[in-house]
Write a protein that binds this ligand. Structure first.
Ligand code: BGC
Length: 832
């Protein structure tokens, strides 16, 4: 796709049927083309941590980047720009013109199902971080889509909830990151949020889309709805929603034509929407990516090296008593934990993607030790049983399962196979599965694999489905998820609960596992909601049944014998994913008991925690070493090992506060939809703004993160011109190895006319220093951004005549340096 179109000429030439056709996607990831007028197809693809390509089902493998909170934890603008550029290269490999990311919603609560996708609880870190990613993506002429504008901050009833918030909170916390992204990177697209704001859905909300985004910020790109997040015809068009996504259209087509015909939508408004879509097509043409390009892989050593660097630079050294870290590569090492032998490399939902490969922590750790590590699982952490694909083999002995699709049910003898595939992952999301030989939406598939038991044991099997499914072991029915179905949270909350059954296995014997699947129309669940799941979905899992107490005793006994112990703990994409929020902040299963017992058995115990958002760690004071490793993408295990063994000196900082208890968090009373609405009762006091205002000590503060070296800050200078502040500070590496520190600049107004947070982050800069090296770091900040709050009476940002403190340090709790600046005259401003 290289040709550009003459937008104004086309606005004259196209008839309204053609114009209307341009305003909705025909298929899920393919905005509509009109070849007659030379209007090509463009391809869009998720998402925030990589580029999945056109399908969920049996997708072409891709590079998975660390999740949003991990990217935020780097606090490294240059590195994020490099990450964005690599995402653009990945987009080219997938023939994609538009990336659906980054995500910058706010982590009001630790429980948010998609909290891991977003960058930070702080609007400045989120906005500047996302702008760097967008700049990197757009440096290579791929278009970025910033999402979800705005206040899609929870999953519970996400399509219907009404976010009730003050204008001040809307501006200072929720729209500010988007505003900074517009100011610093001008993304080509915006995606609207599913929810309402103060009574009106965002996708038809003129205040949000027209007044703020287009008029006030002067942004001229293309606005698309989230998937099935358009809920009206005239309302959405008039408010400024250019594209209804995905197809087939529900609200446009003939309905929109009629709305134009009867003047519910004025012709010039229709033309405005079409103009934005055509401009997007021209912007995409610059990339010169051909239409319908085949999807390719680009699994290069350079990509691996960059992913490994970002992964390691995102890992936060939370605690390092007695310098227990870095660990020795030579010592006798025990690895424990449910996250050791699985790669928890991404969160769940549309951010998930099939990685080229994913290194488990056990593999990463083992590759750096001089003698093999010992291992025991210690406890389980799954919500649904672990996927079986990686332990099954097909009838031909290949890893994975065979998938055979049929037009007839299993009761029909000698059915003809309509499609045959080998799949590795036994979570099959068939929302976009297409097989020309399947004649109707109702079809069937057999999914089969073989397992040779490693020991005598009881083995538990689990089956969740959207459609119907039955699981047989050696032709004996073990799980029936067909006769009776119960709605659950699987597959963006479209599927059943996981139904389970147990079989007895004998060491060395080979077992035949078979699932008979029926597509979507066979489902007995009430379809509800507004999300469609295409052909259906199925998930097949299993694991040996454990005695939790025995397993913990065994782990502690092994720990006593080891020189050093690594516990790989945390969550995974079962717990953190799109469509569902977590119920609590606790680690699953018996993990707390495991950590407590093992740390008591061996003082050289280090915990590697993986989660996208905060978890409670009641044992934190009894463990000497703790790193937070998020979901780290393809190189998860190598990045973890690099930090554990000191190949990389950790330099990441928390982009969000870890509270002690769930009850402490600012959204505790208001984090779910209650009779249609979610009250943003904490107002502007999100994250550290809340903990500081209440003087409520968190477990780990915003901006916290240690290093294997030490730094000192001195010589703070705050220079102010009319418009700009320049904050400069000398940073010295006072320790014995090279490392990096993040200079964090907070501002506090001395005597504001209304209540304001204790301090707010306004700028930051990461600096790399050799042993003993010093550098002067400059952090430029516009005065208007440093000093403003939102004036609800004047509907403008206000900068009050006053004195302002500039607090500079290395975490929100460590701000040793203080400077000041004065504003001589109050003023108001709008725009960016
Ligand atoms: C998500 C979006 C995503 C879209 C397409 C929706 O469910 O909310 O973030 O881009 O799906 O996969």
């Amino acid at each position: 796709m290289t040709a550009t179109v003459d937008v104004e000429d086309l606005l004259v030439k196209l008839n309204n049927v053609e114009k209307v056709a341009l305003l909705a996607d025909v298929l899920t990831f393919w905005p509509v083309p009109i070849p007659k007028h030379g209007i090509p197809k463009i391809r869009v693809s998720d998402g925030p941590n990589g580029v999945r390509g056109t399908t969920f089902f049996n997708a072409t493998p891709a590079a998975c980047f660390p999740c949003g909170t991990a990217l935020g934890a780097t606090w490294d603008i240059d590195l994020l720009r490099e990450a964005g550029l690599k995402m653009a290269h990945e987009a080219r490999a997938k023939g994609t013109h538009v990336i659906l990311g980054p995500t910058i919603n706010m982590q009001r609560s630790p429980l948010g199902g998609r909290g891991f996708e977003s960058i930070s609880e702080d609007p400045v870190l989120a906005g500047l971080g996302a702008a760097a990613l967008v700049n990197g993506i757009q440096d290579d002429d791929i278009v970025a889509t910033i999402k979800h504008f705005v206040c899609n901050d929870q999953e519970h009833e996400r399509n219907g909830t009404d976010a009730i918030l003050t204008d001040r909170a809307l501006r200072e916390i929720y729209t500010l990151p988007f505003q900074l992204v517009v100011r610093d990177s001008n993304p080509g697209c915006f995606m609207t949020a599913y929810n309402k704001i103060n009574g009106l859905h965002v996708s038809e909300n003129p205040k949000i889309l027209k007044e703020i985004l287009r008029e006030e910020w002067g942004w001229e790109g293309c606005v698309m709805s989230d998937w099935w997040g358009t809920y009206s015809t005239s309302g959405s068009i008039n408010a400024g929603l250019d594209l209804e996504m995905p197809g087939a259209t529900k609200w446009r087509g003939a309905t929109l034509l009629q709305a134009v015909g009867v003047n519910k939508v004025p012709q010039h408004i229709l033309d405005e929407r079409v103009r934005n879509v055509l401009n997007l097509i021209n912007r995409c043409a610059i990339a010169k990516i051909p239409e319908d390009a085949p999807e390719k892989t680009e699994d290069t050593p350079e990509t691996a090296a960059l992913l490994r660097k970002i992964g390691a630079d995102s890992i936060v050294l939370m605690k390092n008593d007695d310098k227990v870290l870095p660990l020795s590569k030579e010592k006798k090492t025990l690895v424990i934990g449910p996250n050791a032998k699985i790669a928890a490399y991404h969160g769940g939902g549309s951010a998930a993607l099939r990685a080229y490969y994913a290194v488990t922590p056990f593999e990463g750790i083992s590759s750096q030790l001089t003698s093999p590590a010992e291992y025991t699982v210690g406890c389980y952490a799954h919500k649904e049983l672990p996927l079986l694909g990686n332990i099954l083999k097909t009838d031909k002995g290949e890893p994975g399962v065979s998938f055979r699709a049929y037009n007839e049910p299993p009761s029909v003898k000698n059915r003809e196979i309509a499609d045959e595939l080998v799949l590795f992952k036994t979570e099959l999301l068939m929302m976009d599965y297409e097989c020309p030989k399947l004649k109707s939406p109702m079809w069937w598939a057999d999914i089969e694999g073989y397992y040779t038991a490693e020991e005598d044991c009881d083995f538990e099997l689990g089956l969740g489905v959207f459609g119907t499914a039955k699981l047989f072991v050696n032709d004996k029915l073990v799980v029936d998820n067909e006769t009776k179905q119960t709605k659950g949270t699987l597959f963006f909350s479209c599927g059943t609960v996981e139904e389970k059954g147990i079989v007895k296995l004998k060491k060395g014997e080979k077992y035949h596992f078979k699932v008979e699947f029926g597509s979507t129309p066979s489902s007995k669940l009430d379809p509800g909601g507004s999300q469609l799941f295409g052909q259906g979905a199925v998930r097949i899992g299993g694991a040996k049944v454990l005695d939790p107490e025995e397993e913990i005793k065994h782990a502690a006994a092994l720990a006593k014998e080891a020189d050093q112990v690594i516990i790989c703990a945390g969550l995974n994409s079962d717990w953190e994913g799109e469509g569902t929020d977590r119920d609590n902040m606790d680690l699953p299963g018996h993990m707390n008991a495991l950590v407590t017992a093992v740390a008591a058995a061996n003082p050289s115990t280090v915990v590697v925690m993986q989660s996208g958002t905060p978890v409670a760690m009641p044992w934190a004071s009894s463990v000497k070493g703790l790193i937070h490793a998020w979901y780290g993408g393809n190189e998860t295990g190598n990045a973890i090992a690099d930090v554990l063994f000191g190949n990389v000196n950790p330099s990441a900082k928390l982009p969000l506060t870890f509270p002690v208890r769930l009850q402490d968090n600012p959204a505790f009373l208001n984090y779910r939809t209650e009779r249609g609405r979610t009250l943003y009762g904490e107002d502007i006091y999100v994250g550290y703004r809340w903990y500081e205002m209440l003087d409520l000590p968190p477990l780990f503060a915003f901006g916290h993160g240690l290093s294997y070296t030490t730094f000192s800050l001195s010589d703070l200078k705050v220079e102010k011109s009319d418009k700009d502040l320049n904050v400069s500070v000398k940073v010295t590496n006072t320790g014995d190895r090279a490392g990096a520190e993040v200079v964090q600049v907070y501002v506090a107004q001395k005597s504001p006319s209304i209540k304001r947070p204790v301090k707010e982050l306004k700028g930051f800069k990461k600096v790399f220093l050799g042993k003993g090296e010093s550098k002067v770091v400059q952090v430029p900040i516009e005065v208007k951004y440093a000093a403003s709050f939102w004036d609800e009476v004047r509907k403008a940002w206000i900068v009050e005549k006053d004195e302002y403190a500039v607090l500079v340090g290395t975490s929100s709790q460590e701000v040793p340096l203080k400077g000041t600046f004065e504003v001589e005259k109050t003023f108001w401003w709008n725009g960016i």
